[in-house]
Design a protein around this ligand. Structure first.
Ligand code: SAH
Length: 366
């Protein structure tokens, strides 16, 4: 994996526990480290000059080793429904996508964890050019801060969904640090229940997330009730035996007390017939879960289409009859290509920076 890390890290890349020791190392009192973290995460300043209660000496020493923040907004597109997609430029010139979804009182930010994606789901724009690199923890954390910066005064980011570009569990170390920085009161102070991670589902990695012992939400991209169909839709991930995946979801529930959400992208002619609905109902009957049906978002160059509305209703009805809790996610952000990395792909391809490295062969990770 190509791990391009720019020479000077951003302060947002530091775990919260590192701030006090850093202050000490640079000849300051520990509380100066706490204040520094507050300037970075709570007050979200962009430069050293703004950190008025830190000594000049401390700021100079910091400036030699760090930048305050790193990502910048390169493009921003709003949808009449209020969804807003941001393309963020990283220090190495690559870009990622972050989406703001305002819904009633909620302000949800959809965050990316990788540049590109190795999983290569056949219906998804994010994996079309393969994986370019992992994001650093700071690059993941900053996406929420950047969206907070553009919200009107009085509005706060209330929820985070790690459902943007990339497979979060393939960048687990950075993800774990980002989760902690968002959640910790010394960071952004967002409740764990307001943060959801979506994964294609590697059992050992689900277990590692569960072992954080926090009430984060977990969404598993299921997309098929049968192994061979799932494998076809999720080339680099669908090989995990369904029984093992469900067992991991059960362990998650046992440990965190939170039901898993199963995401199921509905694709006409592929996985959306009453047969698949009945199979899915049989597979999940009695399982402590929620099923989120997602009519596929058309992606330029890909042939997939949504089922007709009555076919979607029928699919859901079959799940409900089996006693499952199932909802349909209404498509949003179509007009701005908000879903799943499409805007980034447009911007990168226009700029010619989306250098495809191809899809790396992926062996199932431990
Ligand atoms: N890799 C992770 C997180 C990113 S994808 C995962 O697979 O869960 C987040 C969700 O968006 C997944 O459920 C994914 O299947 C869905 N998705 C991707 N492309 C889509 C498309 N074209 N239309 C609808 N949903 C899509």
């Amino acid at each position: 994996m190509s791990g391009t890390t720019p020479a000077r890290p951003s302060l947002t890349d530091l775990p919260l526990d590192a701030f006090e020791p850093l202050a000490e190392e640079l000849g300051e009192k520990r509380f100066a480290g706490r204040n520094l973290a507050r300037w970075v995460f709570e007050r979200r300043v962009h430069d050293w000059d703004a950190m008025s209660d830190l000594s000049k000496r401390f700021r100079t020493a910091l400036a030699e080793r760090f930048v305050v923040r790193r990502t910048v907004v390169a493009a921003d597109r709003a949808d009449p429904g209020g969804t807003r997609a941001f393309v963020l430029r990283l220090a190495d010139g690559r870009s990622i996508e972050t989406v703001l979804i305002p819904e009633e009182e909620r302000r949800t930010v959809c965050v990316s964890t990788q540049v590109g994606c190795p999983v290569a789901c056949v219906f998804c724009a994010s994996g079309l050019d393969g994986l370019l690199r992992n994001l650093t923890a700071g690059e993941i954390v900053e996406q929420v801060m950047t969206v907070q910066d553009v919200l009107p005064a009085g509005e706060r980011v209330s929820n985070v969904v790690v459902m943007g570009i990339g497979e979060p569990t393939m960048n687990l170390t950075a993800l774990t640090q980002a989760l902690s920085t968002w959640n910790d009161p010394r960071g952004l102070g967002l409740g764990a229940r307001r943060i959801t991670v979506s994964t294609v589902g590697w059992p050992a990695r689900i277990d590692r997330l569960a072992a954080l012992d926090k009430e984060f939400g977990l969404a598993i991209s299921l997309h098929a009730p049968r192994q061979e169909l799932r494998q076809q839709l999720i080339p680099n991930g669908g090989q995990v035996p369904l029984a093992e995946l469900l067992a991991a979801a059960k362990r998650w529930f046992a440990r965190t007390g939170r039901r898993v959400t199963f995401e199921y992208v509905l694709i006409e002619g592929k996985n959306a017939s009453p047969r698949e609905a009945a199979e899915l109902a049989a597979l999940l009957r009695g399982f402590p879960c929620h099923v989120n049906l997602i009519p596929v978002n058309p992606v330029a160059g890909l042939p997939w289409q949504r089922p007709a509305p009555d076919a979607i209703d029928r699919f859901r009805a079959i799940l409900l009859e089996a006693g499952l809790d199932a909802t349909v996610r209404h498509p949003r952000g179509d007009g701005i290509a908000a879903a799943c990395g499409q805007l980034r792909l447009e911007v990168e391809r226009d700029a010619g920076t989306g250098a495809a490295v191809g899809r790396p062969p992926t062996t199932p990770p431990a």
